[in-house]
Design a protein around this ligand. Structure first.
Ligand code: LMR
Length: 327
């Protein structure tokens, strides 16, 4: 009997040991390819997280909508099916944090400098904090530069948008600014855009050079305008219950890995987009256009009323604060 008790104890110990050895798995799902600033950032986080935790954490990265598409991602985070995401700030509308969309205001950031001043300052931090009430912890912002816009005709002046169906990723602000140009914006998952452009379900879209290149949007759009009219940024987020339930030392190591992965991603984002634009140009598959100062001004004037309209959605204070820090 003693032997049975001892061996039972041995078994219990062995299984406890095996349990202790099981790594904590972080599933990190996103919708772009590995070969983008976000894709590379996620892989960098994996590398550093596994290194700093000595293998106690295993990060599984699922790129290019292989696990979840736009709409499903946030539900999956909520239910614990994934532990980490990096959606664009334009995609937080379904969970009820519309304030994030203020960062989609057209021509709001004075270049990348204005963008970094904003996300690294109290506004960026304050917006991430608003996620806490939804059970989400915001860990970082990752940069992906400025949007271009495209269709099968040149888009140089606001009137050129008249009647075009334009795919948007989810933000009400993007909906407002495309409507101001006379276009018909439609929300659609990122993974469906190429096919929709190819078959004419939509006429055009906006995105950064890196996303055009890696999704081949430029192959199904005859004209792209390098308009830099709005900025694309991601909020890297995790499930708060998961995050707060981690052993403190592990959470510290992951925080360090995230800080470094963030510095890395933000350091490559600009060049990745410059390179992607060069490749698009060299492909000869589309015609690139650049706005003259007069054309750009016509856009700025046409879109100015969006700031006021946005206040009803994101709050006047948020727009005012953003205007101050973004300039
Ligand atoms: C989009 O849906 O256009 C972007 O948010 C995709 C991405 O994650 O860069």
């Amino acid at each position: 009997q003693r032997r049975t008790a001892l061996s039972a104890m041995g078994l219990a110990l062995a299984s406890h040991h095996a349990f202790a050895q099981q790594p904590i798995v972080i599933k990190f799902s996103h919708v772009v390819t590995d070969d983008t600033p976000k894709g590379k950032g996620a892989l960098k986080f994996k590398e550093l997280a596994e290194k700093y935790t000595g293998g106690r954490v295993k990060v599984e990265v699922y790129p290019n909508s292989t696990l979840y598409k736009d709409k499903e991602e946030l539900d999956a985070l909520n239910s614990g099916s994934v532990q980490m995401l990096a959606p664009s700030t334009a995609k937080f509308r379904p969970i009820g944090v519309p304030e994030f969309e203020a960062m989609d205001l057209p021509f709001i950031f004075n270049g990348e400098e204005g963008y970094y001043k904003t996300v690294d300052g109290p506004i960026g931090g304050g917006l991430l904090k608003r996620l806490e009430a939804k059970g989400i912890t915001g860990l970082a912002y990752w940069d992906n530069g400025f949007h271009m816009v495209s269709a099968n005709r040149p888009l140089l002046l606001p009137a050129d948008f008249q009647g075009l169906k334009i795919r948007i990723s989810g933000s009400k602000i993007a909906d407002l600014y495309f409507r101001k140009m006379g276009a018909l914006p439609q929300i659609m998952a990122f993974s469906e855009v190429y096919h929709a452009l190819q078959t004419g379900v939509v006429d055009g879209c906006e995105n950064t050079p890196s996303n055009y290149w890696t999704q081949k949007f430029h192959e199904v759009q005859k004209h792209i305008t390098v308009s830099n009219h709005a900025h694309l940024q991601y909020a890297v987020v995790t499930n708060s219950k998961f995050w707060n339930g981690l052993p403190g030392d592990v959470r510290g190591q992951l925080t360090k890995a995230m800080a470094e992965a963030t510095r890395y991603t933000n350091s490559i984002a600009k060049q990745e987009n410059v390179d992607a634009l060069e490749k698009i140009k060299a492909s000869g598959k589309t015609t690139l256009h650049y706005l003259t100062p007069q054309q750009r001004n016509a856009w700025v004037v046409a879109l100015k009323p969006v700031y006021h309209e946005a206040e009803a959605r994101v709050g006047k204070q948020v727009v005012d604060d953003l205007l101050k820090s973004a300039g």
